[in-house]
Design a protein around this ligand. Structure first.
Ligand code: BG6
Length: 293
């Protein structure tokens, strides 16, 4: 379906709406707005959701003041799309989807009266040089009273491939030291700081140091408490949840994160990490993440 005629300038206020606008460094973005007052901003660079503003005008996602907005570099914050490799490995860390330019293929209003935008990424010479597979990746963002992201991967080649993936949310928190994540109790985890595995015993997870854990198969939903707010995260198709914060030491080593910014963010990511997905020729995999806050 061709994209609807892009509007420029202010986003219409009455109904759900989509508009195309220049972002930082003139990089193209899509803006969605909803009559309840919420809005989102998505960079075509990485199909990266960089802003989700609630009806009350509150920013629900964290983006670093030091983030680069440059071709070839991942934006620090928002919701990076991780594909086809989560974490380190033979490909660049967290894959290449977050550093590629995606195409805006559709905007509109869906049956639930949500403002929607669909962005796509296909293989090209540069991706095939890294990962020799024909694929189509699609991210559909739907903004209503809640925010939904649907990620679909299609194998467009003649041989099978496997991948790992995540939607790597940087949630904005008032103060990391008092934020709590509820819903992981009883889940097995792999701790990427210590290398140890275990079972989460806490009903509410708090962070008082570096945290980097992959929780295997928690059923969800999660509730993230910060200040007076509670954000819920639910998903389908993803199986794992990653909780990450670099804390002070590692934050200092990240050039695109301010020394104290780690206190205002907590990454809670829905992922398929432990069991990579295998797609045969023509097969498609789809997963959704739903946020309400
Ligand atoms: C998390 C990983 O998902 O992303 C961490 O679990 C990693 O190990 C973090 O450090 C950030 O990665 P990057 O490449 O964006 O600095």
């Amino acid at each position: 379906m061709p994209p609807t005629e892009p509007e420029t300038g202010a986003v219409a206020r009455r109904g759900p709406a989509a508009a195309v606008a220049d972002g930082r460094n003139g990089m193209p973005t899509v803006l969605l707005s909803h009559p309840t007052g919420g809005s989102v901003e998505i960079y075509l660079h990485g199909a990266h959701l960089t802003r989700w503003r609630s009806a009350a005008g509150r920013e629900l996602l964290f983006v670093s003041e030091y983030s680069e907005f440059e071709p070839g570099t991942a934006i620090r914050g928002g919701i990076p799309v991780i594909f086809p490799q989560f974490g380190p490995g033979p490909l660049p860390k967290h894959g290449f989807a977050r550093t590629r330019e995606w195409e805006l293929v559709d905007t509109g209003v869906d049956a639930e009266e949500r403002a929607t935008a669909t962005l796509a990424l296909r293989d090209d010479e540069a991706t095939r040089a890294l990962w020799p597979h024909a694929f189509r990746l699609e991210l559909t963002v739907s903004l209503g009273a809640a925010l939904e992201l649907a990620l679909a991967v299609t194998n467009e080649g003649t041989t099978g491939f496997t991948f790992t993936t995540a939607l790597h949310d940087y949630l904005a928190v008032d103060d990391l030291r008092t934020a709590r994540v509820e819903g992981l109790q009883g889940a097995r985890y792999q701790d990427q700081v210590t290398g140890a595995g275990g079972v989460e015993s806490r009903a509410q997870l708090t962070v008082d140091g570096e945290v980097d854990r992959v929780y295997l198969g928690p059923p969800g939903p999660l509730r993230v408490h910060t200040g007076e707010r509670v954000l819920t995260m639910a998903w389908e198709g993803f199986s794992d949840v990653v909780v990450w914060n670099p804390w002070a030491g590692k934050a200092r080593a990240l050039p695109d994160l301010g020394d104290d910014e780690y206190l205002r963010m907590l990454c809670v990511e829905t992922a398929r990490v432990a069991a990579p997905i295998r797609l045969g020729p023509g097969e498609r995999w789809r997963a959704t993440q739903r946020l309400a806050g």
